[in-house]
Write a protein that binds this ligand. Structure first.
Ligand SMILES: [Zn+2]
Length: 443
């Protein structure tokens, strides 16, 4: 009889293909056996009874800003990773900016990696930056193991991470294509956003609606069309992050039809918050691209259901409360939503329970697709030989999100006060429990 490290018994196992009741056996951090319909008869160091629970592949959050090193008063790898574990995520891809130094060369990547390996309770991965100053460093970053590169087409708001001009886009994409990597872009038009903001601020029009109108959907579309031209010219694989509207997604899908190697992400906030939330909550709900109106939210859900979206990432982008104070001028104050802990909750509550989105689809968007697109060959599903990164969820349990439940460095989030259906009970990374009984396990 086999002796395993861990057996999860009687859970309802969800993958991108099916939802079936069964047992999962784990040894040395890997899933070694998945048995549907017949129990695994073996001994194990640890047994978890998952009767009544759903077992998901751990969420891979491909878009977070943890700000470490250098700006840990904003977040940090320890608090950030604890929040992810509490939300059912087992891996994250940290963006190259907001940390100081930013991840724009191999030496800076090594600094971040060392800290993450020390502090993170979930699996860390890293985006490398593409900025006008670092074309010579892309190869080193790639060889250092970044999962891809990230560039901003409009100002990032961070002084040490410049947005790319068209020449950098061209040269960078040529290089990234030759490395066999991919480029993720924040696609908004600098000229459109700056002109529209300037006009409004000049007239003293600084409400939530003014901010949203200063960053219209057409500005995203303009930037996506331009970067698409360079993708077609250079053959560089492209990933558009945080599309806020199905109209943006449509441009991307047209390109897919033409054979362009492109994928698109949206975020939980574009699927669950509107301009009204920005009006009510102020800077706490400020982000770029901005929140849209309810019809855009519904259209985006249609895109999700139709398979037009490839990944969902939280774009967790926290800041200290002092930068989030409600002022009369929404243009002031840091843009960025704290949401990493709530991503799965939002998809279950707003997607599965409210709009009948299949659980399999949620797995596809949060685990299977990110693993596939970014080359994590042993992650993203529940099957033998895959890493034992698992999330146990009670789909019958509802809870109201309280400030005190947040494990972020700063306990603010536009989702505080919301009632979610589906509660994460246990999170397992490489066969080890990292979250249970409402608490992350100290590393
Ligand atoms: Zn971001």
């Amino acid at each position: 009889m086999e002796n395993y490290d861990l057996i999860i018994k009687n859970g309802t196992i969800v993958t991108a293909d099916a939802t079936e009741k069964g047992d999962i056996a784990v040894k040395n951090g890997k899933i070694v056996e998945v048995s549907v319909g017949k129990p695994i008869e073996a001994t194990a160091g640890q047994e978890i009874d998952a009767e009544g629970l759903h077992v998901f592949p751990g969420v891979i959050d491909s878009h977070v800003h943890f700000n470490e090193p250098g700006r840990t008063e904003w977040e940090g790898l320890e608090t950030g990773s604890r929040s992810l574990a509490a939300g059912g995520a087992t891996s994250f891809f940290d963006m190259p900016l907001n940390s100081t130094p930013p991840t724009v060369d191999k030496a800076n990547l090594d600094i971040k990696r060392k800290l993450a390996e020390e502090k993170s309770i979930v699996n860390p991965y890293y985006w490398g930056g593409l900025v006008p100053e670092n074309l010579a460093d892309l190869k080193g970053l790639h060889e250092g193991g970044v999962i891809g590169f990230k560039a901003f087409m409009s100002p990032s708001g961070i002084d040490d991470f410049h947005n790319v001009d068209d020449e950098t886009i061209y040269k960078g994409m040529r290089e990234i294509a030759s490395l066999g990597s991919l480029l993720a872009v924040h696609a908004e038009s600098t000229v459109m956003c700056e002109q529209l903001a300037e006009e409004r601020i000049g007239q003293g029009k600084v409400s939530a609606r003014d901010y949203v109108e200063s960053r219209p959907v057409i500005s995203e579309i303009e930037a996506v069309r331009r970067i698409l031209s360079y993708a077609e010219l250079t053959g560089c694989k492209l990933h558009i992050v945080h599309a806020s509207s199905r109209k943006v997604v449509e441009v991307i899908n047209d390109a897919k039809q033409r054979g362009v190697d492109i994928t698109v992400e949206t975020c939980p906030h574009y699927l669950s918050l509107t301009v009204k939330d920005l009006e009510e909550q102020g800077v706490i709900a400020k982000c770029a691209p901005p929140l849209r109106d309810q019809d855009e939210v519904e259209d985006l859900w249609t895109a999700v259901a139709n398979g037009e979206i490839d990944t969902i990432g939280s774009d967790h982008s926290p800041a200290p409360a002092s930068m989030k104070v409600i002022s009369d001028n929404i243009f002031d104050g840091w843009g960025g939503i704290s949401g990493a802990q709530s991503m799965l909750n939002i998809l279950l509550t707003e997607g599965h329970f409210k709009r009948n989105l299949p659980l399999e689809k949620i797995v596809e968007l949060t685990a299977t697709n990110p693993a596939k697109i970014f080359g994590l060959k042993t992650k993203g599903t529940i099957a033998a030989d895959y890493d034992a990164d698992l999330t146990l969820v009670d789909l019958n349990e509802s809870f109201e999100l309280k400030k005190e439940d947040l494990f972020y460095r700063h306990q603010h989030s536009p989702y505080v006060g919301r009632t979610f259906k589906g509660n994460v009970k246990t999170t397992i990374v490489g066969g080890n429990v990292v979250f249970e009984n409402g608490q992350p396990i100290q590393k």
